[in-house]
Design a protein. Sequence first.
Length: 283
Amino acid sequence: MAFPEIEKGTGGNTVRIKRQLQEQAIAHAVAGRWAEAVETNHKILELAPDAESENRLAKALWELGELGEAREHYQIALALDPTNRIAERNIDRLRALMTEAGEKSVAAEKAEKAPVAIFVEETGKTGFAMLMDLAAPRTLAHVNPGDAVELISENGRVFAVTNGTRIGTVEPRVAARLLKLIADGNMYSAGITSLGERDVRIVIREVFQDPRNYGKVSFPTAARSSDLRPYTKGTLLREEEFLEEDLEDDEEDEGIEDLDRVLPAEVTGEEAFEEETDELDEP
């Protein structure tokens, strides 16, 4: 695909054009304008090979239902950068999805994003959980890190719902405690932090504590300061797919503007959900 309106200059001119196009591509993605995102990322790749642009192009194609093309571009990204975890992870997801759905799927509806604040550490109020009884790959095809999750307690379980669709149930060790607190009036917000071929992980944050639960913490294990890393400006302008890498990597990176710390996946350990019955049963 050629874009004659772009003149391949040298030096600073090419860098400037590429930066402008990258900003446009990200803006299109954030707004859910996937066809425009495809076109803009193609323009960037006309200037030079680039793993991140290949990832963005693959993401846009995926959202448009072009699964086969999306996988091809993730494979190109991985060839350009063999350490690219986003490309590797999404190749695995697409492999599972295409087994069921084939080369093409329906275009995605725009998903609601979780507030950035829920990813910020607050001792006792924030924890992580894995989802079980996952929805079919076709249902999970357009679920992404950063998507908002509604938690619904029903029949002794806590269901995770994204964009009106149940995607799984909260693992029992976390759900057992939440069910008691929710029954007494607590409220929680949640968002997806990562997805694999067969796993989905969410962050859960207490957003309201009922007076009946005064003195009862939702996630008893305190975060260790050594597990947390600072974030600075940038992440809010990047595609939601990069949120997963931001939350998991230990390397220095761009980050979330004006936020002090973001929880890693390992903060809430098994001990946080054991032997807490007496505390919760107190009047």
